[in-house]
Design a binder for this molecule. Structure first.
Ligand SMILES: [Zn+2]
Length: 255
């Protein structure tokens, strides 16, 4: 299909044999596919229970280990629950994340990045501001910007090229040039309610935002080197090919 990135989902748990992962990784390398890995959904860096935080660190560790087997250099994870006190939850999350970084130092030394994701629901930690705040803890942390989630969380606020430009500028201002140019992206059209994310849609369901066109234009114009994983409902690969086609069309405008 001409695609060149794949995110292996371990969202339901790290149940994977080393040999299998290495075989997949070898094939990916052979075909020029850059791999990333999505960590389990149960991670909650802000868990009020010590046991919950300890397990979260363990899930991150085992996903990092799987990433090494795959030859992947990005592990994507959801930061956790916002609870009743967002600020307290953020403080707990930062401490747990620092401990996770320490435990994963051997993988980090090999160049594997931990990538907290922006989330679509009010009840979750993971506004743009929160994800950037987490990433400020260490240069091994790279943001995963899920534009659909941001759009849902902020009630459909991504409409124009300027809206995307503001997000890109915010990332660069917070984390500097390097991480402002290389970060991870999830993209899909999304339906939302007052509480945020309701459902991912396909790219052809244009009644839902956000639109990829203005983002593609900015990526081409600013020569950003990011990996985009398409999370369309049931049409990930087909829609990823469509997003890639749109991006290449924009690239031609600048070359
Ligand atoms: Zn995710």
């Amino acid at each position: 299909m001409g695609l060149d990135a794949y995110e292996y989902s371990l969202t339901k748990g790290v149940r994977l044999k080393e040999g299998t992962a290495r075989e997949i990784g070898e094939q990916a390398a052979k075909w020029g596919i850059t791999m990333s890995v999505h960590a389990p959904y149960y991670i909650n860096l802000a868990s009020k229970e010590e046991e919950g935080r300890r397990k979260s660190i363990q899930y991150i560790y085992s996903t990092m280990e799987a990433a090494e087997w795959f030859g992947a250099n990005r592990v994507i994870f959801h930061p956790g629950s916002a609870g009743t006190d967002r600020e307290a939850a953020m403080e707990t999350a930062k401490i747990t994340l620092s401990q996770a970084l320490e435990k994963c130092s051997s993988f980090i030394a090999k160049g594997i990045h931990l990538c907290p994701e922006t989330m679509g629901k009010q009840s979750q930690l993971g506004s743009l501001k929160e994800v950037l705040e987490l990433c400020k803890l260490d240069s091994a942390l790279m943001p995963t910007i899920d534009f659909g989630h941001l759009h849902a969380l902020n009630q459909g606020n991504i409409q124009s090229c300027q809206d995307y430009a503001d997000i890109l500028d915010t990332i660069e201002n917070a984390l500097g040039k390097e991480r402002g140019r290389h970060f991870h992206v999830h993209f899909s059209r999304i339906e939302y309610t007052k509480a945020g994310e309701k459902k991912h849609h396909t790219y052809s369901e244009t009644e839902y935002g956000p639109d990829f066109d203005p983002l593609a234009l900015l990526l081409a114009e600013r020569e950003l080197d990011i990996i985009i994983i398409c999370e369309s409902s049931g049409m990930m690969a087909e829609d990823a090919a469509e997003l890639k086609r749109i991006y290449q069309e924009k690239l031609h405008l600048f070359n």
